[in-house]
Design a binder for this molecule. Structure first.
Ligand SMILES: C[S@@+](CC[C@H](N)C(=O)[O-])C[C@H]1O[C@@H](n2cnc3c(N)ncnc32)[C@H](O)[C@@H]1O
Length: 215
């Protein structure tokens, strides 16, 4: 096993472990009972149930049990926070055995570099936490290394007019043009949507969802 002991990395792990330890379950601002829009976009990909789906920065998302309900058999749930993935596993109960959990940093991947290629990469509310050019580049390098030709990428970030912080951390919002620029010419734009997510507090968080296909 490769363990990432870099200091900056450990700070990030502590931050997210604390978030999940202090605000369990439905209390996190990004909680969705039904990840309706993600599921709608995933349906549009028309994947076979043996397709490999990579959920980047999964946290405790209900997307994972919904994907299991749809019959998907090869789901990889990643997060930098072991507490997040332990909570997700405990929420899933016996179904947790069906998921491949990978604790790793998307901006400095170790275990993830060994992952097989995937048919779909899903990221909701993760990419926008990466502020440094080298972190963002590392994330997209991993994505480009792992998404199969003909595979899909669904990325949801805070939109440009949205909040500038989340969990006390600054975020970097994306326009569709900026996302396409990072993805490059190998990825075709399929569709996008702007939605407002309502936090448990009632506060609004405008998001942009973009779906792309690898040529
Ligand atoms: C706002 S939450 C979104 C969680 C989930 N995607 C959802 O929609 O419910 C951001 C997630 O990204 C994870 N995360 C933050 N930085 C990460 C990194 N460098 N590598 C992997 N996961 C990371 C956090 O631990 C957290 O679970």
């Amino acid at each position: 096993m490769v363990i990432n002991m870099n200091y900056n990395h450990m700070e990030k792990v502590d931050h997210w472990n604390n978030v999940y330890a202090k605000k369990p379950g439905k209390n996190v601002g990004w909680y969705e009972e039904n990840p309706t829009l993600s599921l709608e976009f995933i349906d549009a990909c028309d994947l076979e149930t043996d397709a490999t789906i990579f959920v980047a920065g999964a946290g405790t998302t209900n997307l994972v049990p919904h994907l299991l309900k749809k019959g998907f058999k090869n789901i990889i749930a990643n997060d930098i926070s072991p507490i997040a993935l332990e909570t997700l596993a405990s929420n899933l109960g016996p179904d947790a055995q069906k998921i491949n959990f990978v604790v790793d940093d998307l901006t400095n991947p170790k275990a993830l570099t060994e992952m097989d290629a995937v048919d779909l990469w899903v990221d909701r509310a993760v990419l926008h936490f990466f502020l440094e050019e080298n972190e963002i580049a590392a994330y997209f390098n991993l994505l480009k290394d792992k998404v199969k030709v003909g595979g899909y990428v669904l990325i949801a970030t805070f939109s440009k007019e949205g909040a500038k912080k989340c969990t006390g951390l600054p975020i970097l919002p994306y326009s569709p043009e900026e996302l396409q620029k990072w993805l490059g010419d190998d990825f075709s734009f399929l569709k996008n949507e702007y939605i407002t997510h309502f936090m448990p507090s009632g506060d609004e968080r405008p998001y942009h969802y973009g779906l792309y296909k690898r040529k």
